[in-house]
Write a protein that binds this ligand. Structure first.
Ligand code: E4P
Length: 216
């Protein structure tokens, strides 16, 4: 299982790096905007912090020629950049051009298996199905992951990796792990929830209390 950190916050990424659990980072325009700084500066800093692991940065253009231009520019920021392209016809055309140039892409805002099939065929390195946003509209997000993985597994030439995105809680993580998803992109808040257990806290407190009874 690869874990990407789903944030543009450099401090949070450094903290996760110190835990030794980071295989990459995903950002999106909302996450970058939260940091209140220039996107190029933020993404370059993240690229340096994660030492060559993939860092996903998203294009804002919606026309193929503009997306390609923007993607080529972003790809020059660092060697480990993956370009996030929104799922749409113009995006698929862009993915094909970038793949031919050896630039990795991640087709984002995937909400159906058919979108994931098209993205893989176009040459995307990754697809990002958004599980939390589907759950928000009373549709089972993890079922989408299961369907995409089954379809990709039926065709070994489809090498596109599935990034479970829009993870909202630890149960999404467990379900994705049981399914054997390639990559989970996890927000810092959920990483923290994964580490906590009340019985661990109670156990540490009891051990420390008992240690006071050690013979001197
Ligand atoms: C990551 O690639 C996605 O942009 C992110 O997981 C979306 O999460 P959200 O649905 O919580 O905004």
């Amino acid at each position: 299982m690869k874990i990407f950190v789903d944030t543009a916050n450099v401090k949070a990424i450094k903290e996760a790096m110190a835990l030794g659990i980071v295989d990459g980072v995903t950002t999106n325009p909302t996450l970058v905007a939260k940091e209140g700084d220039n996107p190029e500066k933020i993404v370059k800093e993240i690229c340096a912090v994660v030492e060559g692991r993939p860092v996903n940065a998203e294009v804002l253009s919606l026309k193929c020629d503009e997306m390609v231009k923007e993607a080529r520019g972003i790809a020059k920021w660092a060697k480990n950049i993956v370009i996030k392209i929104p799922m749409m016809k113009e995006g698929l055309k862009t993915v094909k051009i970038l793949a031919d140039e050896g630039i990795k892409s991640n087709v984002t805002l995937i909400f159906s298996p058919t979108q994931a099939i098209l993205a893989a065929k176009a040459g995307a390195s990754y697809v990002s199905p958004f599980v939390g946003r589907l759950d928000d509209i009373s549709t089972d997000g993890m079922e989408l992951i299961s369907q995409i993985m089954s379809i990709y597994n039926n065709y070994p030439t489809m090498e596109t990796e599935v990034i479970v995105a829009s993870i909202r809680h630890p149960l999404h993580v467990i379900q994705a792990g049981l399914m054997g998803a390639d990559v989970l992109t996890i927000p810092p808040k959920v990483l923290e929830m994964m580490e906590k257990h009340p019985l661990t806290d109670a156990g540490i407190a009891a051990f420390l209390e008992d240690a006071k009874k050690f013979k001197k």
